[in-house]
Design a protein around this ligand. Structure first.
Ligand code: F6P
Length: 353
């Protein structure tokens, strides 16, 4: 099952699970539209070897996926849980289909749900998925590298138009409440400022930085993570509080800059949005996705239920899903990309010297 938002590499994981699982004696069905496919009435398709041939390089997921469906966590006595009747429906359907178990390819929410279903007696192994690369317990998720590549390709184009017009160009990335995509792509693509949820900033500081750059160079390219936040001490009109809303953050920020420096800068925004998620996975994501798939079916075969496969220091191993979910992996000052950016004079939360 693929669940939650799609990303590049999902088909490569599916194909690898089936290909590595056949010699172990498994047969596969794929549930369609994420958890929706396992809830009544179940909706699934057979996955034989001929069904997964030639799909690894394709974007999206042949199984389709659902981000918010009936399997969503609800507040049950102050704790976020999947309602018991929903879990029982899934378990009943799994039993009726004679499943020996389930491999769930999903993010934090899908994997927490998977763990609850596993506790109800359905053997489950998880595969971590998100372009945001913010899942704890694994060094890297597939889809991240492709998303970064899309952003870098866009930055290359933005630089030349920024220079031609001496403009301030804002490029907004996805990443939800983490800044990994913006930071990695910003460093690779030579952004002059990178605004991240993890490092709230003052608009005055950014305006000073823009003025300095205009004096010496002309144009500025600003990478904005969609969850970027203003510093608590900033008293302006904008309310950049980390609320994720594609395009919202950057539009507010531009208004704020205009209020502080009327007419000084000619500004434009490009919101990259879902092109970061769609399309063909690049080579690093394909290889990572295939490794996840192969190790997921082996973990299942060895009975490591309630665990998730993870990429750890260049190797694959497993970790309890409970350890991987719940806390988000965020950018800290220890991150190599952060340090590189600072050394290169990139504005992250204050002007560098
Ligand atoms: O978590 C992946 C992600 O692409 C985020 O970066 C983004 O905020 C969100 O999903 C967008 O979700 P949707 O597809 O529901 O708009």
């Amino acid at each position: 099952m693929t669940s939650g938002g799609d990303c590049a590499g999902l088909n490569a994981v599916i194909a690898a699970i089936v290909r590595a699982g056949y010699p172990l004696g498994y047969e596969f069905i794929g549930f369609e539209r994420g958890w929706e496919g396992l809830l009544s009435p179940p909706c699934y398709r057979e996955l034989k070897l001929q069904d997964i041939r030639g799909i690894s390089h394709l974007g999206g997921t042949i199984l389709k996926t659902t981000n918010k469906g009936r399997f969503g966590a609800k507040d049950v006595d102050g704790v976020k849980r999947i309602p018991m009747e929903v879990l029982e429906d899934a378990k009943r359907n799994a039993d009726a289909l004679g499943l020996s178990g389930l491999i769930v390819i999903g993010g934090d929410g899908s994997l927490s749900g998977a763990l609850q279903l596993c506790e109800l007696g359905l053997p489950i192994v998880g595969v971590p998925k998100t372009i945001d690369n913010d899942l704890s317990g694994t060094d890297r998720t597939f889809g991240f590298s492709t998303a970064v590549q899309v952003v870098v390709d866009s930055l290359d184009r933005i630089h030349s138009t920024a220079t031609s017009h001496d403009r301030v160009m804002f490029v907004e990335t996805m990443g939800r409440h983490a800044g990994w995509i913006a930071l990695r792509a910003g460093v690779a693509g030579g952004a002059h400022a990178i605004l991240l949820p993890e490092f709230p900033f003052m608009v005055e500081d950014l305006v000073d930085f823009l003025r300095l750059r205009r004096k010496h160079t002309g144009s500025t390219v600003v990478m904005v993570a969609e969850g970027a936040k203003l510093h608590d001490n900033y008293v302006g009109r904008a309310n950049l509080s980390g609320e994720v809303h594609l395009g919202g953050v950057t539009t507010q920020l531009m208004d704020e800059i205009e209020a502080l420096s009327p007419g000084e800068f000619e500004m434009r925004v490009t919101v990259l949005g879902h092109i970061q998620r769609g399309g063909t996975p690049n080579a690093p994501d394909r290889t990572l996705a295939k490794a996840y798939g192969v190790h997921a079916i082996h973990a299942f075969d060895k009975g490591h239920y309630g665990h998730m496969v993870r990429y750890n220091c260049g190797q694959m191993d497993i970790v309890p899903i409970s350890e991987a979910c719940g806390s988000m992996k965020i950018v800290t000052t220890d991150a190599l990309d952060y340090q590189t950016a600072i050394e290169l004079g990139v504005f992250i939360h204050r002007p560098t010297t």
